[in-house]
Design a protein around this ligand. Sequence first.
Ligand code: GLP
Length: 233
Amino acid sequence: MKVIRVKNQEEGAQMAFTLLKEKIAAGAKTLGLATGSTPLAFYQKIADSDLDFSEMRSINLDEYLGLAADNPQSYHYFMEKNVFIHKPFKESFLPDGRAEDIDAEISRYNRLLEQYPIDFQILGLGQNGHIGFNEPGTSFDSQTHLVDLTQETIQANARFFADQSEVPHQALSMGIASIMSAKTLVLMAYGQQKAEAAAKMINGPVTEELPASILQRHADAFVILDEVAASLL
Ligand code: GLP
């Protein structure tokens, strides 16, 4: 795991963007994408760039259960607005939060991940150390699955909704094994509220209680932290 300290989110976004360009030049064809406020500056760099994704694929980490793609709180909507409208891919995949048959949807997603192995995976970090929506206690062997969100995650994500009562309590997420099979991982974390999880991820034991700690075992993982997020290292 390579830890890269940067001054702020803007510098972190530039770093992640440089890594992305290098990996695309080296042949990366499938990008694993994440939502949340963390990757926004990075997505802005992509939108402003001359990168062309029309021969590439994207696969997203997760989606809330019950939200349709046109719901402004859905991750589908987030991706459309922040990335796909500016840089369309040949094909883009997200879990379908409105699927009638959840088991079939999970199988579809796992098949996709087998068919199109992820070359470059972007990750954020939950305050409790989650990656994707893999909450503490999730098996390191997990593939795509249905997740019961913790109260902590519901609260942390409530800022994107009009009211906390509107935050879905479940989500579909790629599992930890799915994430670990990506060739390159780039995790970004910014701000004080990520400092404790970042320190445990980097210096703590590799444990399912802190899902992101598994990155210590990945052969090509980059962790980009701003000064405050790195303050407890
Ligand atoms: C959500 C997402 C994660 C994301 C995390 C952190 O729980 N499922 O993929 O990394 O939030 O979000 P933020 O970047 O807004 O702090």
